[in-house]
Design a binder for this molecule. Structure first.
Ligand code: PLP
Length: 444
């Protein structure tokens, strides 16, 4: 076989070569069809091969693909920023474009720190985050992430940002039931602030629904309202990392709308361009921008490709497409249908411990004992086995594990493109069912 020079996720793994995509399907060079059951990494939200996006891309590329942002602005970037300010809640009226979710959260962190510096609070530079979280792979983003496996090699080089417990109701850190929940995990933020001193903290960052590290873990009602209250009481900015949840995925344009809470800064990525081009953004409120506008008038961040016209035009068409096809509403409705079916699977298979999520960001957690919620041992490699079995059947799903060593090990995300039909959901669920059935059979 010809030698590969490409560094892939697992170096000795034999990946099929993708040929093309259409709707919820991807095809490899051997003609095999795959249902994109997790939209890649929760990205391809409008499905593959959308010609309107190809047209927008061609039209912009034929005019100009790249102009350096220190030399020019562009109509595409201006229009996209305006569109985002119309879609975003509250006074999140400013956008800083970047190229990946990691850059978006890292930029959010920098803007939060700069905001306080320009107000004269030099020491307000720590970021509080949560364990069982993922905010990106670059060093700043990884410093804010509570994903043990991804941090492990770099811990000595990371910022020692404080972490609080995640609102992980299935494994409540306080052993509460939803009926007796007093939101102690949210109150931990207050305890952390009192310990560290609000004069040392710039912001708190959280994923509205926890994705990569645990599989669509959804907080109890009231959680984000309490978080926001605490942030306001102690003068700390609230950054919502909507890289995975944003732009319709959960059945609202922004997941934070489920709880009626408006963050000070929002990080976006993934679904923003639905995978058609690398594109991400940090949305910033008027309030956060104010001291910067009065002060240095420049955000100390940015990348060569930030706000490039080609990606902006593509992303703009993706947003317009989502609106034209009513895909936010679709995510809500199709999500209900899929959720119902996943609950059906949980009735059949006792290795499914929890079914969770919102809209079309859904997760399954696997356990060895449903009553005690005991996880499988790591050596069993349950997540990988499920993902591989699904793959063999032509279903792509996203592994969400490794956040905490040894426990809470096994979860997957089911997050197909928002354009999926009910019949396609039935197909997806049948393949998933067959995969779980095989695994459960092997285990018993
Ligand atoms: N934030 C969240 C919530 C994510 O899920 C991810 C990626 O999975 C990131 C940030 C990092 O995004 P990227 O992989 O585009 O750098």
């Amino acid at each position: 076989m010809k030698r590969s020079h490409l560094i892939k996720p697992i170096l000795d793994h034999n990946y099929p070569t993708v040929s093309h995509g259409s709707g919820i399907y991807l095809y490899d060079m051997d003609g095999n069809q795959y249902i994109d059951g997790s939209s890649g990494a929760v990205t391809a939200s409008i499905g593959h091969g959308v010609l309107e996006v190809v047209d927008a891309m061609t039209e912009q590329a034929s005019k100009v693909s790249f102009a350096y942002r220190s030399h020019f602005t562009s109509e595409a970037a201006e229009t996209l920023a305006q569109k985002l300010s119309e879609l975003a809640p509250g006074d999140l009226n400013w956008t800083f474009f970047v190229n990946s979710g990691s850059e978006a959260t890292e930029t959010a962190m920098k803007i939060a720190i700069q905001h306080w510096q320009e107000k004269g609070y030099e020491r307000k530079n720590r970021i509080v985050s949560r364990w069982t979280s993922y905010h990106g792979i670059t060093m700043g983003a990884l410093s804010m992430s509570g994903h043990v496996l991804r941090r492990k090699r770099f811990v000595p080089l990371l910022e020692d940002f404080p972490g609080i417990s995640a609102p992980y109701c299935y494994r409540c850190p306080y052993n509460s039931e939803p009926s007796s929940c007093r939101l102690q995990c949210a109150n931990e933020l207050e305890t952390a602030i009192q310990r560290i001193g609000s004069e040392n903290i710039a912001a708190f960052i959280a994923e509205p629904i926890i994705g990569a590290s645990a599989g669509a873990v959804t907080p109890p009602d009231g959680y984000y309202q309490r978080i926001k209250e605490i942030c306001e009481r102690y003068d700390i900015l609230f950054i919502a990392d909507e890289v995975m949840t944003g732009i319709g995925r959960t059945g609202k344009m922004f997941a934070m709308e489920h709880w009626g809470v408006t963050p000070d800064i929002i990080a976006l990525g993934k679904g923003m361009s639905a995978g058609y081009t690398p594109m991400a953004a940090t949305l910033v409120s008027d309030r956060v921008m104010e001291p910067i506008l009065k002060g240095s008038k420049s955000i100390m961040a940015g990348h060569t490709y930030s706000a490039n016209p080609l990606s902006a035009a593509v992303s703009l068409e993706v947003l317009n497409y989502i609106e034209r096809k009513n895909l936010v509403q679709e995510a809500e409705e199709k999500g209900q249908y899929l959720l119902q079916q996943l609950h059906g699977l949980a009735e059949r298979f006792d290795i499914i411990g929890d079914v969770r999520g919102k809209g079309l960001l859904l997760g399954l957690e696997f356990v060895s004992n449903r009553i005690s919620k005991k996880s499988f041992r790591l050596q069993n490699g349950i997540t990988t086995r499920i993902v591989n079995k699904a793959f063999e059947k032509g279903l792509l799903i996203y592994p969400a594990s490794g956040a905490i060593e040894g426990i809470e090990g096994d979860a997957v995300i089911i997050s197909p493109p928002l354009v999926i039909s009910n019949e396609e959901i039935d197909r997806l669920v049948k393949m998933l069912e067959a995969s779980i059935e095989e695994l459960q059979h092997e285990l018993h």
